[in-house]
Write a protein that binds this ligand. Structure first.
Ligand SMILES: NC(=O)c1ccc[n+]([C@@H]2O[C@H](COP(=O)([O-])OP(=O)(O)OC[C@H]3O[C@@H](n4cnc5c(N)ncnc54)[C@H](OP(=O)(O)O)[C@@H]3O)[C@@H](O)[C@H]2O)c1
Length: 237
């Protein structure tokens, strides 16, 4: 398997959760890592936690001009991971339509913009992070499932259209990351405990569970168009 040593790896969403764990893992494997996300404060905190071993650049993938400017002033990366997204949930009838558009704009169109504008070195690859709701739609999260399904199909189409650049997708189940930090602590704990009970593996995922798979996808040069569900068996129950 190829090595990440000396490779330039960009992790969008690298200031938190799955993206942060991916950045940390890539550093351990000897890559030159850049993390990107919207908040300068979060980027600085992540940089400090990673002992200054990463570069950090602000980027909002929902902003077409910002994505263009970012890649216009970028080195050629070997690998790009798109894990950056944040949006509101709600039922189709009740969710504000502008929030619904915004969710699609950041998670689906964000990845589309990055794939469209970034240039990667020969032998390079992209990994998108979707979510198992693509295969397991849930009430109140219908739109997110549809966005994840679109993202998975986008990657598979790009694996053909942009070949030999490789595109793969990690599709997480329930992962304990800062994404639920705004929930009251008790409610968050109950949600995660309840989710764990219902899974074959009897625990929820950690960011590292997804990061390990992402890093394998970057290194495995025979892997493209693959969607791997890291969900503790969530699709089986
Ligand atoms: N955690 C789960 O249970 C779970 C399950 C299924 C799928 N996923 C998916 O996994 C991905 C990562 O989630 P996570 O749990 O690691 O979340 P997280 O800990 O909240 O991290 C999200 C990251 O994305 C960045 N981000 C948000 N909006 C952005 C934008 N417009 N442009 C650039 N960066 C942006 C955030 O930083 P800033 O705020 O600084 O921008 C942060 O670094 C998401 O796509 C999420 O939908 C997560």
């Amino acid at each position: 398997m190829a090595t990440l040593s000396g490779k330039n790896v960009l992790v969008i969403g690298g200031s938190s959760g799955i993206g942060y764990a991916t950045a940390a893992g890539a550093i351990e494997q000897g890559a030159n890592v850049t993390i990107a996300s919207r908040s300068e404060e979060k980027l600085r905190a992540a940089q400090a936690a990673l002992q200054g071993k990463v570069q950090a650049r602000a980027l909002d993938v929902a902003d077409t001009a910002a994505v263009e400017a970012f890649f216009g002033a970028s080195p050629v990366y070997d690998h790009i991971v798109v894990s950056g997204a944040a949006f509101k949930f709600g039922t189709v009838r009740d969710q504000n339509i502008d929030d619904a558009y915004a969710a699609m704009n950041v998670k689906f169109w964000g990845a589309y913009r990055v794939a469209r504008m970034a240039r990667v070195a020969p032998g390079g690859s992209f990994v998108f992070v979707s979510g198992f709701l693509s295969r397991r739609p849930k009430p109140n999260m219908v739109l997110v499932g549809a966005i994840n399904a679109a993202l998975e199909t986008l990657a598979q189409g790009l694996a053909l259209e942009m070949a030999p650049v490789r595109f793969n997708v990690v599709s997480p189940g329930i992962i304990d990351t800062p994404t639920r930090a705004a929930m009251p602590a008790d409610a968050r704990k109950a949600l995660l405990e309840n989710a764990a009970k219902g899974l074959p593996v009897k625990r929820v995922g950690l960011a590292e569970d997804c990061a390990d798979q992402i890093l394998l996808m970057l290194r495995n040069t025979f892997m493209t168009g693959s969607v791997v569900y890291i969900d503790g068996g969530g699709l089986l129950v």
